[in-house]
Design a protein around this ligand. Structure first.
Ligand SMILES: O=P(O)(O)OC[C@H]1O[C@H](O)[C@H](O)[C@@H](O)[C@@H]1O
Length: 280
């Protein structure tokens, strides 16, 4: 069986690869290729629906970062709400696709109604032997327009952050939140991480980025519909201040998060937007 459903989680297989998706947040919490875990999930992360998962691929919607306007928590409500399993879309020798949906009535009770819009989110996860594709669609099912930002907050598992680089960002403009530098041009072909990094790179484009470990490409991250890319590693002090971050875990993770941030999406009634990432 390539799709197994349980009360809280869907597990899918394709060839020697597997993935696990929690209904809570529709968060992908595991992606294994030939037994190797490709996603970082903190061993202190709550997986019981009491807090967004610290790892995997949390979904950020309808806003990236804090948003006092609607009194929603950081990164919105999608990662804090329990999604509905919308079934298996494809299940064949080469590919397995499962779908999840979230509408206003499914939003976590304490957050319900705070964002005053009517919408339908559908998230599909497609696994092949070589790749994991996650695709988010947002449809305006209400009578007035709305605006949102969104992001797939992927935590890649890396062997050693000191030997890890991100490629594909040279020449792109970024904002660095740590020291409030704005619209800086990335000079480096290979971007290394040696301290806390929290950057939004703008207009990275479909080619996305590559994760390089010890000089070898270990992951390609391509996208459609997401223009921007956040690169984040909390490093020692910030990680130590997070109750759900595993001790020393900053060494074994790198967030490379495709997003639509710089130019928010405006959806008129009846319109639909799709943002997708392919990891391979
Ligand atoms: O702690 P969280 O709410 O999950 O956010 C984790 C991180 O997400 C993104 O990468 C942001 O750019 C960071 O500023 C934030 O710290």
């Amino acid at each position: 069986m390539s799709v197994t459903t349980s009360e809280h989680k869907i597990t899918i297989h394709s060839g020697s690869s597997s993935a696990e998706i929690l209904l809570y947040g529709a968060t992908v919490i595991s992606w294994k290729q030939d037994g190797r875990q490709r996603l970082f999930v903190s061993n202190k992360s709550k997986l019981d629906g009491s807090k967004p998962v610290r790892g995997g691929i949390p979904i950020v919607f309808p806003h990236f970062g804090p948003n006092p306007e609607f009194g929603l928590p950081q990164h919105g409500f999608a990662r804090n709400s329990t999604w509905s399993f919308a079934g298996t879309q494809t299940e064949n020798a080469t590919e397995t696709t499962v779908a999840f949906s979230l509408e206003p009535e499914g939003v976590a009770p304490e957050l319900k109604g705070k964002w005053p819009h009517t919408f339908k989110l559908v998230y599909t996860v497609t696994l092949t032997k070589d790749s994991l594709t996650t695709s988010l669609s947002a449809e305006n099912t209400g009578a007035s327009q709305f605006t949102f930002t969104s992001l797939l907050h992927t935590y890649f598992a890396v062997e050693n952050i000191d030997q890890t680089k991100v490629k594909g960002l040279q020449g792109k403009l970024y904002d660095e939140k740590i020291n409030n530098k704005f619209k800086v041009v990335e000079e480096n072909e290979l971007v290394g991480i040696a301290s806390e990094v929290d950057r939004v790179y703008y207009n990275v484009g479909n080619a996305g980025a590559q994760i390089i470990e010890n000089g070898n490409v270990t992951a390609f991250l391509t996208t459609r519909g997401f223009d921007d890319l956040v690169v984040w590693n909390p490093w020692i002090e910030k990680a130590a201040g997070m109750s759900d971050f595993q001790e020393g875990g900053y060494k074994f993770m790198l967030c490379a998060e495709v997003g639509q941030i710089g130019t928010p999406v405006v959806l008129q009634p009846g319109q639909k937007w799709v943002g997708e990432q392919v990891l391979h």
